[in-house]
Design a protein around this ligand. Sequence first.
Ligand SMILES: Cc1cc2nc3c(=O)[nH]c(=O)nc-3n(C[C@H](O)[C@H](O)[C@H](O)COP(=O)(O)OP(=O)(O)OC[C@H]3O[C@@H](n4cnc5c(N)ncnc54)[C@H](O)[C@@H]3O)c2cc1C
Length: 399
Amino acid sequence: MMAAGRAGETDAKVLLVEKNNRLGIKLLISGNGRCNITNQVSNPREFISRFDNGSFLFSSMNKFGVDEVIDFFNNRGVATKVEKENQVFPITDRSQDVLKALVDYMKEGGVEVKTDAEVKELRVVGKRIENIILKDGKKITAENYIIATGGKSYPATGSTGEAYGWLTRIGHTIITPVPAYTPVVVKEKFIKELEGLSLTDVVVNLFDGKRKIDSKRGGALFTFNGLSGPAVLALSKKINQELVSQKKLDLKLDFYPDLDFALLDKKVQATFQADNNRVLKNCLEKLLPQRFIPVALFVAGIDSEKKVNLVTGEERRRLIHKLKEFNLVIDGTVGFNKAVVTAGGVALSEIDPKTMKSKLIDNLYLAGEILDLDGPTGGFNLQVCWSTGYTAGESIGLK
Ligand SMILES: Cc1cc2nc3c(=O)[nH]c(=O)nc-3n(C[C@H](O)[C@H](O)[C@H](O)COP(=O)(O)OP(=O)(O)OC[C@H]3O[C@@H](n4cnc5c(N)ncnc54)[C@H](O)[C@@H]3O)c2cc1C
C-alpha cells in the first residue's frame, strides 16, 4: 500500500492486486490491533543495528525513515504516541486508523485496487516481466511490477509465501524462510504446571549438545507447552534455523543471572539458616515464585515437605544447579502459524538498495517482508515495509 501510494503520488498509473477480499489484514492484527508503526530509537544507525542485514536499509531509511513515517501518519490524521522502548503507536490505539491513512493515500494518488485477485505466476521474457497471471487465468500487463507479498508467517492473513516460488523460477535466490519470534515448545510435561508464570529478568541460554550457541537476557513466560516472552522470542529465529538441520537443542534458564553459583549458594544458605525449622517449600517462597517451587524441587529430586534443617549440602547444591541451569529439551516451535515475522527471503545482494529494483529483472521491484530482512518486535518490521515500499513506489513513479 505504501509502495502503491507513493508510485501514484509521483504520477504512475497504479493497480494494486490483492488476493484477499480486503486490504491490510495483517496490518490490522499487528501490535494486537494497535499497530506499532515504528520505533523511535535515537538515530538511524541504532535502528539499523537491530537487524542482521540492516546496512541494506541505509538508503531507503534516508529517504523515508522513522521521522518521515511519523510525519506521514500525523499529516494524514493519525496522531501518534511513544510508549516504552520507543515504540510508536497511533494515539487511538487502532490499527484501523493506520490502514485508513494508507487507503486515503492511495486514493489521492489515483491507485486502482483489485481485491479477490490472486496472482499465480509471472511470465518473464528475457530480463523483463511481460505479465502476471491471476488464478482465474486473466493476465495483467504493466510497465513495472512491485512484489510486496510479505513472508510466510500467519498464513491466514494472506502471506503464504508463494512469491518465493515465482522468484526462484526467474533466477532470484531465496534465503530459506524460517519463522522468527515464535514461542518454543519443550518436551518436559511438567511445563504445563507453570503456564502463565512470567519472569522479568532471566538469561535463556541455547545449547547444541554441550556447546552454548546463543543467549538472551530479559523476560520469559511459561506457556502450556513451552516458553514465550521477549528473551525466548528473540532466540527463536536461531532455534528455527538450527532445527532445519534436525539438531537436538536445549534451553538452560538462569533465574539468577547476577549471582554466580557460589554467591547464590551463600544467599540460599542464609535463607535456610534464618528459617531453619520450616518446611522447605515454604521457606523457598523468599527466593522463588510460589508456583515454581514444586517444579524446582521435583527436577532437583528433593522432597518438598522436608524440614530445611534436614536438607543436605548435596541437595542444596542440586537445587542451586537447577536455578542456574534449568534445563528444557526443545521439541520445536509453533512455526509459521504464529511467527510474528519471517526470517529469510529474497537475497539482498540481488536488489539495489537505492531503488529496490531487482538486479536480475529490469522491471521488477521488491519491498517489505518478502526481503531477507527481519527485525525485533517493537515497530522495526513495519518500518522496513514503509521505507522499502516508499522507495520502490518512488522509483517507478519517477522513472
Ligand atoms: C500478529 C502480528 C503482529 C505484528 N505486529 C507488528 C507491529 O506491531 N509492528 C511491526 O513493526 N510489525 C508487526 N508485525 C510484522 C508486520 O505486520 C509485517 O512485517 C508486515 O505486515 C509485512 O508487510 P508486507 O506488506 O511486507 O506483507 P503483508 O502484510 O503480509 O502483506 C502482503 C499482502 O500480499 C497479499 N498476497 C500474498 N500473496 C499474494 C498473491 N499470490 N496474490 C495476491 N496477493 C497476495 C497478501 O494477501 C497480503 O495482503 C506483526 C506481525 C504479526 C503476524
